[in-house]
Design a protein around this ligand. Sequence first.
Ligand SMILES: [Zn+2]
Length: 296
Amino acid sequence: MKQPPYILVVNGTKVRRPVFVLGAPHSGVDLISHALGSAPGFYIGSGNAGVLNTVYAVARRPSIAEERASGTASLLRDAFAESWQLTPTTCPRCPQGPVPAREAAEPCRHAREVTRFGDASPDLLYSTTALNAAFDDATFVQIIRDGRDVVAAMLDDERSLAWFRPSLANLEHELPNPFFGIENEQERADYPELSTAAKCALRWRGAVRLSARLRGALGPERLMTLRYEDLFGREVETAEQLREFTGARVSAVELVRADSPGIGIWRSRLTTDQRNDVRAVARTELARLGYVQKRG
Ligand SMILES: [Zn+2]
């Protein structure tokens, strides 16, 4: 039975064509999110506690999200409905500081100017199917970065590494497990012995394999793919692509990074062992994406 289309209203505005930004860790999701969120009338959330709870529940138990698709879709809609409420305490444009209690829960003066919504929380990638079920007109922007640089950046980031703690990496329930990048019994059996670099590389591999499947499933009208390395020096073209795809009046200036984009950081940061570990896990994907030669 086909469900009637669900209409979500936030701050008095109907949510239409929400934009979700997807990518492996340290692949530039924050940069795209910043540029989209700076466009007039756009609000792009990131890291709202309710959204993260739902996103990680789905990321860690994708089979549950599939079995209970309509329940997961409504959980996601509820989480976003809350995260997209702009109040003086949540609005990025309201001045920071104490807010009278009676105003804190009311829409702020910017709320009515927002006509388009989106989200760029970490690890949203694993909720794409559920997001697509929750918002049938959703559009997705995904960004791909060289897996060697991603591993180098993850190794330097406590939050990325925290997922590998035995208490969080519970691998019994799910196989395949795209979040950790484990696809079969053998990989699960070998997992505890892997180096941290190899575990990071597996997460990248799982993410880019998922990204490739999404391209096939969603098609170019719903999903746009950007490559991190292409952003720098091509800010004007990228802004134009984003404008055309999302309708957001993205400014190229907002895509310019103040710090170094870190292209090729793996050369100075990964040891020989770490490079070999990354290559052993992800060589096929690195080659498919053109980051290394097919044989090498
Ligand atoms: Zn405001």
